[in-house]
Design a protein around this ligand. Sequence first.
Ligand code: FAD
Length: 486
Amino acid sequence: MEAIRIGVIGGGISGLAAAHRLRELTAGKPAEVTLFEASGRLGGVIATQRSEGFVVEAGPDAFLSEKPWATALARRLGLEAELIGTRSEFRATLVAWRGRLFEVPEGFMMMAPRRLGPLVKSALLSPLGKLRMALEPLVPARGGDQDETVGAFVRRRLGAEALNRLVGPLVGAVYGADVDQLSMAATMPRFWGMEREYKSLFRGLRAAAASAAAGADGVRGARFSLFVSFRDGMQTLCEALAGALGAAARVKAEVVELVASRASDGARRWYARLGDGAEVELDGVICAAPAWATARLLKRQAPELAAGLERIPYATAAVATYALEERSFLKPPRMAGIVVAPARERRAFAVSFPSLKFPGRAPPGAVLVRVFLRAPDLAANPQPLGQEALARAGLSELRALLGVGGEPLWSRVALWPRAMAHYAVGHLQLVDRLEQEAAAIGAIALAGSAYRGVGVPDCIHSGELAAERLLGALAASRQGPGCRLN
Ligand SMILES: Cc1cc2nc3c(=O)[nH]c(=O)nc-3n(C[C@H](O)[C@H](O)[C@H](O)COP(=O)(O)OP(=O)(O)OC[C@H]3O[C@@H](n4cnc5c(N)ncnc54)[C@H](O)[C@@H]3O)c2cc1C
C-alpha cells in the first residue's frame, strides 16, 4: 500500500495543530505528513523572546482556558506542568475614558453584567446610561438569523453609552477592530445566541452562571479573565509541536501555487509548487495560511474559492513592549490591563501588563508593559512604518494614561502586517460557502484564524478539525486501509 501524502501549508498554530493531529490519527499507518512554512521559523504570530530575565511576547500572550482545545493539546504534548494562570491580585481591567481611568465593574463579562450592584456603583456610566442598561431584559429580542454589527447589537440591547464607554473598548481591544465593522454572529456567538435563547443577555448570563457556577468570581473584564499561558511563554507550545513533527515541518518552504488533477483511479491529486521551483505531489492539502495567502495559491485552480477567500478583511497589528523601572510609575500599577475608549487623539486601543498578569515575566524592580497600537494598513501603505515612531507613540500613550516618567530600560515593536482577520457582517455564511466549495473541489481543507474564531484555542480546533475532515474525506473517496482513521 502506497503511503498517503498530505501537505499542510502554513506553520502558524493552526497549521502546526493540523499537522500534529494528522500524525496522531495516522500513527502506525502508511502516511506522510509535510508542513510547508514560508518564513524561517514556526509559530506564525506566536513568538516569544527570552532574555535577561524577561519573557516577551510579540504576539498572543495568553489564551482562554474555557475553550478546551489549547489546554487539551498542551496535555497531549506533556506540557500541563508548564501552564500558568493569571495572578489573582492583578486581574482588574480598567477603561480609559476621556483621559480618566475607571474599573470595569466586577462581574462584567464583555457585554453584560452578571451582577447589577457593581454596575450601579460604577462612575464610568451616567445614571441614564445605567438605567438604559438595566432595561436590557425588557428590550424585545430580534430573533432570526440575520447578522448585524457588534455596535448595532449593543446599541439596540444596552444603549449607546454602554457601547461607547464599556463594551466597545472591551471588544475592540480583543479584536483590534471597530465594533461597527465586526459581525455579531461571528465574533460574539455566545451573546448572539443568548438573545435568541433567553431573549436577554442578563437572563442568559444569569442562567449560565447558575448552571456552570462560572468559576470566575472576582474576575473583571474580558481579555484578562480565565486566561492562561506557559511558564516560558506561548512559544513553548509551538516548540513542542515542532519537536513532535521533526523533519516533517519544513521552514523556508513557501508554496506559491496549488494545482489539482484527477488520477486514473478517480482520486484528486494536488501539486504544490514551491518558491524554489520544486513540485510536491500530494493526496490531500490543508491550507492553514492566512485567507488572502491561500487565495493567491488557488487563484488559477479555484477562482471562485479564491475570490471568496479574498473577501475576508485583515488588519495589521502593532505591539510596542516596554521594560520600565517600577519607579517610573507615579503609582505602582495593580491591574492586568487597560482598554481605551476610541478617541481621535488616542493611538493605543489597549495596554497590558504581562509581568503583573503572569509570574516570571520580568526581573525584580522591572515592569513589562505592552501597548497595542492602531497601525495603518500596510497593504494600503507599502512605505514601511517607522518602528521608532511607533515606539514613541506607545510611550507617549503610557505617559498620558499612567503618568509614566523617565525612559524605558528598552522597548521593542512587533509589527504583524495583515495578520488579524476581521469578521465582517455575513462572515459565517461566507465561511459556510467557502467550506462547501472546498469540499466540492475535494481533498482540500481550510484552517486558521480567518474562519471560525481568532483565539489560539479556536485556531487549534480549526486545524484539528481540518485534519479529521480531510482524513475522513480521503478515507471515503479511496477506501484504502492506509487512509482509514480506525
Ligand atoms: C498581536 C496579536 C496578539 C494576539 N493576542 C492573542 C491573545 O492574547 N490570545 C489569543 O488567543 N489570540 C491572540 N491573537 C490571535 C491569535 O494569536 C492568532 O489568531 C493565531 O495565532 C493565528 O494563527 P494561524 O496559524 O491561523 O495564523 P498565523 O500565525 O498568521 O500563521 C500563518 C502562517 O502561514 C505562513 N504562510 C503564509 N503564506 C504561506 C505560503 N504561501 N506557504 C507557506 N506558508 C505560508 C505564514 O508565514 C505564517 O507562519 C493575537 C494575534 C495578534 C496578531
